[in-house]
Design a protein around this ligand. Sequence first.
Ligand SMILES: Cc1cc2nc3c(=O)[nH]c(=O)nc-3n(C[C@H](O)[C@H](O)[C@H](O)COP(=O)(O)OP(=O)(O)OC[C@H]3O[C@@H](n4cnc5c(N)ncnc54)[C@H](O)[C@@H]3O)c2cc1C
Length: 363
Amino acid sequence: MNIHSSILLAPYTTFKIGGPAKFFCEIKDQFDALTAFEFAKKENLSVFVLGGGSNLLVSDRGFNGLVIRVVNRGVEVIKQDNSGVSIRVASGENWDEFVSFCVKNGWWGLENLSHIPGSTGAIAVQNVGAYGQEAKNVIDSVTVFDTATNQILSFKNSDCGFAYRTSIFNTSQKGRYIIFDIIFKLKKTEAPILSYKDLAEWFENKFPDLEKIRNAVIQIRDRKFPFPTEAKKGNAGSFFKNLQLNAEQYGILKEAVVREFSLEAWEKLDTKVFKEGSLYKIPTAFLLELCGLKGVEIGGACINANQPLVIVNKTGEATSSDVVEVAKTVLNTLKSRLGVCVNIEPELLGFSQSELRDLGRVL
Ligand SMILES: Cc1cc2nc3c(=O)[nH]c(=O)nc-3n(C[C@H](O)[C@H](O)[C@H](O)COP(=O)(O)OP(=O)(O)OC[C@H]3O[C@@H](n4cnc5c(N)ncnc54)[C@H](O)[C@@H]3O)c2cc1C
């Protein structure tokens, strides 16, 4: 394994934004991981673990540390019977290629998570979710390298602390574990999840097969925002998370929407709210539209027109500061007009404490 210096990170991200990493290496196993961490310790460097860079915004100044990219490969069926299959997948495998492989084999569970860029390992980090499905429903266990003890450990699903866009890997234990592989448990019997509005409308009362669901998800997603295959369409998916409010906070939001806009606006929002237990799930995209934030454009970055949760590198030459300014405009407007604090979704690398604070990331 070689450790390289001054490697530009922009090409390793789907935003196509970001300066150089002081050091950069690619690892395939725990021995590479050990070597990399020993190097970082000797040089007194911070470490960042990189997958496909699709949930990441890197600062134009780059990262003054060691970036470790996980590139191990391998897909192995470890158990199966008539009803289901358990598959171990290496972190470095491309996620959507793995989804396609499962769909072709007739294994149910991942089809709603089609057309999401990035690597398989990162799927567990933010408990990736889309179109009514979440990673936590299909993950059996996660194998990690513990950088604190240099040991390989296996976490059961219930050890991972999965919740909306979170797990222990991006909260309480952030930075401690390198995920090396994930075991998924999928079904061989039909199990379509069509509860999500877009899919329910697409299929009405029909009973689609796996391929049809995957194709529908791909087409619906492509209508909303660009798949980042080139710099001009660079993005990191949803930049802003949806809101989860308790009953009191929901009441306060109602007052603000009626005061700032109208009762009709509130009634429209209310029909889009999803109640889960005691929490109200509010679509942040609707709040952005309400506040007229759809047209925000600063430098080369803008709010995507069809799906305003996404910030796009419109010119292909947007800087990280352009993206940060767009994000700040959104967050500040939502706070001042509606009194809500929305969280951002992507990881931020190489930013100053004050930039992080502006984006709601308090360290
Ligand atoms: C067009 C587009 C659509 C998207 N749609 C969705 C969506 O519908 N739902 C959704 O949830 N997300 C979505 N995303 C976000 C993103 O694709 C996912 O979060 C994806 O899982 C990130 O994978 P990655 O390999 O690119 O991770 P990276 O961006 O490289 O890293 C993300 C985080 O995971 C950590 N990480 C990565 N690999 C490992 C590892 N092996 N071990 C430990 N930590 C690791 C990194 O340190 C970082 O904290 C979308 C992004 C884009 C660009």
